[in-house]
Design a protein around this ligand. Structure first.
Ligand SMILES: *Cc1c(COP(=O)(O)O)cnc(C)c1O
Length: 478
């Protein structure tokens, strides 16, 4: 970096054109037309200020002050600012319900319903039969009860909110008994003990990490007990010398002692997934039938709907929960309700579910289908990654994600990118992974064992075309 004398600097600064002149130039007119004068002017000022800073540091280039160059820079700055921060990506991580990538993708029915409710007034809290004020839960609770066998239901913003609300409404200043094997952290700061203290409930731990018996619960139930709680072991599995009290047993004890049992199912599926060859996961209906008084679960995990927390169970308990002030604070918006209803309705026809419910379609995608996708996109990808890399179509394993069935994996197909020289390629692979992430629609893969893996499970045919088109567009630019 060269030092700039004050005389040089003065003469450099004199080269900066007047803002008014650049604004009046022919090239600026379309930008002012598109983005408005205020934004265009601010962008130009920022560019000129940056240039002055560079000049002071001895690294400014006078060419950059040409009218055409400035207009171009303003256009680029405005386009960058106008680009949304929330962006679509290609999820080739192999994790279908990827919490960081927005979890469940919704079927078209749900998308249509959201568009309608966004652009037209709706009966969100308006009872069309009586013309009186309604309750937004009334739009959806019958359907939830039909699908789960529960007496009553209410919906909040997410499952963490559902658990917080249940504990606040039923166990504030009282004790909640939980097995030490179920004091889980789900990720993103959701820990059962923390949520318990937030709700003002006192956690009463029983048993040990690997073994809890019915008598452990029995011994501590007392006058201060508000709730027995079971929590689904999302994200991990305890194996070996273990003992968990079955819900049925716990529910009989709870009934005898007149204390309700709440189950946080986490993912909470509404159907038996083994009919599609997927791993077994207890359904919400089975949980209710086994004697749970309340069940909480997510809307955007295995259910395949929008972000939401569903609370189902005994009518008197749900009524009490709905009266708690937090229910108002945690309630869902109309977008959520509009999206949730059509997703739930798909469950009335389970025989079509694996075509119509996007998440289930992704879980059950045939291996051939994924292999064909991999083969079709490989040539365009090979041109993009360049000769330093080799690409192979290989079997791999996808995951369901979001803590559902953490130990089970789904056989899948994808592309494995390695260094053509066969060398270990940490740095180059990281650079390539970054390059894919910087595409207009970023491509998210995963690096493992000296290879970048792109899992085809979530690249359905509609997206396949877009994937190839994006790479080809770059090809012609180069
Ligand atoms: C995922 C999960 C939660 C949190 O659900 P969100 O819908 O993400 O708020 C709570 N409990 C369990 C057991 C979970 O698996």
């Amino acid at each position: 970096m060269s030092d700039v004398t004050s005389v040089e600097l003065k003469s450099l600064m004199a080269r900066v054109p007047s803002v008014e002149r650049v604004m009046a130039s022919a090239g600026m007119a379309p930008l002012v037309g598109e983005y408005g004068r205020t934004q265009a002017l601010a962008a130009l000022r920022r560019i000129l200020d940056d240039w002055r800073c560079d000049a002071q540091a001895g690294r400014a280039c006078v060419d950059a002050l040409g009218e055409a160059r400035l207009v171009q820079a303003v256009g680029a700055a405005l386009a960058e600012r106008a680009r949304g921060k929330v962006r679509s990506v290609f999820n080739l991580t192999g994790t279908v319900l990827h919490t960081n990538l927005g979890r469940a993708l919704l079927p078209d029915e749900a998308v249509q319903a959201v568009v309608e409710v966004l652009t037209r007034p709706a009966n969100l809290e308006f009872d069309l039969a009586s013309g009186n004020r309604g309750d937004r839960d009334d739009l959806i609770d019958e359907l939830i009860c039909e699908l789960t066998g529960a007496e009553a239901a209410t919906v909040v913003n997410n499952n963490a909110a559902a658990v917080l609300l249940v504990l606040s409404a039923l166990a504030s200043k009282k004790e909640v008994i939980v097995s030490r094997g179920e004091l889980v952290e789900i990720g993103g700061a959701f820990r059962i003990p923390d949520i318990m203290s937030r709700a003002g409930a006192k956690l009463r731990e029983v048993g040990t990490t690997n073994r809890t018996h019915l008598k452990d619960y029995d011994e501590v139930i007392g006058a201060r007990t508000a709730l027995l709680m079971k929590v689904h072991c999302s994200n991990y599995a305890i194996s070996g010398f273990t003992k968990e009290v079955a819900l049925q047993e716990l529910a009989s004890l709870a009934k005898a002692r007149q204390v309700p049992v709440a189950v946080d199912l986490g993912s909470g599926t509404l159907v038996d997934l083994t009919q599609w060859g997927l791993p077994r996961e207890t359904t919400v209906r089975e949980t209710i039938e086994a004697g749970a008084d309340l069940v909480t679960f997510s809307g955007d995990k295995l259910l395949g709907g929008p972000q939401a927390g569903l609370i189902v169970g005994r009518r008197d308990l749900v009524a009490k929960i709905k009266k708690h002030p937090l229910k108002r604070a945690l309630r869902v918006g109309k977008l959520t309700l509009a999206a949730l209803e059509p997703v739930l309705r798909l469950y009335r026809a389970p025989e079509f579910l694996c075509e119509r419910l996007t998440t289930l379609r992704l879980f059950t995608r045939p291996a051939d289908d994924m292999r064909n996708t991999a083969e079709r996109i490989a040539p365009a990808l090979l041109r993009f990654v360049g000769e330093a890399f080799s690409i192979a179509v290989e079997p791999m394993f996808s995951q369901i994600g979001s803590g559902a069935l953490p130990v089970d994996v789904l056989p899948s197909y994808g592309l494995t990118i390695r260094l053509a020289s066969g060398k270990r390629a940490g740095r180059q692979l990281n650079a390539l992974e970054k390059k894919l992430r910087e595409l207009p629609r970023p491509v998210i893969g995963r690096i493992a064992d000296d290879a970048l893996r792109l899992d085809m499970r979530c690249l359905e045919s509609r997206d396949e075309t877009a994937f190839i088109a994006q790479l080809q567009a770059l090809d012609t630019r180069a």
